[in-house]
Design a protein around this ligand. Structure first.
Ligand code: ADP
Ligand code: X2W
Length: 260
C-alpha cells in the first residue's frame, strides 16, 4: 500500500495514462490510497462568489463561508472528478472526505487566531481505509477534517492531510504528485532537480528561500511522516508518463526525501 497526494496544481492536466497507471498498480496489488488537493479550484469558486481569500504561510484563512466552498469544491467537484477518472480507467474507487466515518479527526492549528478554521490531524480512521481497500476499492480522500466532538469541520492543507494518512496507515512510501519535476535548486545559474534531500537540507533550503510557497507544506508534511514508519516521500511531476510505476520500481525520478 502507498499514499499518493495529488495537488490541485496538476489535477486538471493529468493525462488518461496517469489513471491507467494507477489502475494497473492496483491490479498488481500495490494498492494506492489517494488524498487530493484542489486549492486553485477553491480560489476560483470563491472568486466567482465574491468571497475574499488570503493565504497566511501557505494556509488559506478560513471562516464558515470559506469552509462551505472548500467542502463543496473538494468533497464534491474535485473528489468526484477523480473518482470518475479512476472508474473510467477500469478500477473501483470510493470518494470520501475526512468527515465521512470520522476518517480525519482534526483540531485547530496552533495559529488558528491568524488562519481561522484550519485543522491539524489528530487521528485517522485507518480501519475504514483498510475496509474500503479490502473490498477492492481505491479510497479517494478530500482533506476536510472533523473535530472530536463531531460538530466542527476544518480545512486541512492537502499535503498535511496526506502525510498524516501515510503515518497513521504506516505505509512505507508517500508519492506527492505536483506540477514540478521535484525540488528544484539553482546551481551555476541553472535550475536542477535534486535527486534526494535530507531533513537538514530542507531546513536550510527553507531558510535560504530556495523552498517557498506551496513547496513548504509538502516538505513539512514529508519531514513529519518520515519521523515515523514512512521510509521515503517522493515528489514528482504528474505529467511524466507512468510516473507512479517508475517511483515504485525505484527508478531515479523526482526528489526523494529521506531521513538522513
Ligand atoms: N525549490 C522548489 N522546487 C520546486 N518548486 C518549488 C520550490 N519552491 C517552491 N516551489 C513552488 O511549489 C509549487 C508546487 O506547490 P503547489 O502550487 O502548492 O502545488 P500543489 O497544488 O500540487 O500542492 C511549484 O509549482 C513551485 O512554484
Ligand atoms: C488550509 C488550506 O490551505 N487548505 C487548502 C486545501 C486544498 C489544498 O491543499 O490543495 P492543494 O494541494 O492543491 O494546494 C486550501 O484551502 O486551498
Amino acid at each position: 500500500m502507498f499514499v499518493m497526494k495529488c495537488g490541485g496544481s496538476t489535477l486538471a492536466a493529468l493525462p488518461d495514462v496517469f489513471f491507467e497507471d494507477l489502475t494497473r498498480l492496483q491490479a498488481e496489488g500495490e494498492i494506492p490510497v489517494i488524498v487530493h488537493g484542489g486549492g486553485p479550484a477553491i480560489s476560483d469558486t470563491l472568486g466567482k462568489l465574491g468571497i475574499e481569500t488570503e493565504f497566511v504561510n501557505g494556509l488559506r484563512k478560513t471562516n464558515e463561508a470559506v469552509l462551505d466552498v472548500v467542502e463543496m469544491v473538494l468533497a464534491g467537484q474535485i473528489n468526484k472528478q477523480i473518482v470518475r477518472n479512476i472508474q473510467r480507467s477500469g478500477a473501483n474507487a470510493v470518494g470520501l472526505s475526512g468527515v465521512d466515518g470520522h476518517l480525519i479527526q482534526a483540531q485547530p492549528v496552533a495559529n488558528a487566531h491568524e488562519v481561522g478554521l484550519v485543522g491539524d490531524v489528530t487521528r485517522v480512521n485507518a480501519e475504514l481505509i483498510q475496509g474500503i481497500v479490502g473490498m477492492g476499492y481505491m479510497p479517494v480522500i478530500a482533506p476536510v477534517g472533523i473535530g472530536a466532538d463531531g460538530g466542527q469541520r476544518y480545512n486541512i492543507n492537502a499535503d498535511t492531510a496526506a502525510g498524516a494518512v501515510a503515518s497513521h496507515l504506516g505505509v512505507e512510501r508517500m508519492i506527492v504528485v505536483t506540477d514540478v519535476p521535484g525540488i528544484l535548486k539553482t546551481v551555476d545559474g541553472e535550475k536542477r532537480v535534486l535527486p534526494s534531500v535530507t531533513v537538514r537540507e530542507i531546513d536550510e533550503m527553507i531558510a535560504s528561500g530556495d523552498i517557498y510557497g506551496g513547496m513548504i507544506p509538502k516538505v513539512r508534511a514529508a519531514v513529519q511522516c518520515i519521523q515515523g514508519e514512512v521510509r521515503e516521500v517522493v515528489i514528482v511531476n504528474g505529467s511524466e508518463p507512468q510516473v507512479l510505476s517508475k517511483v515504485l520500481k525505484g527508478e531515479g525520478i523526482g526528489t526523494r526525501i529521506v531521513k538522513a
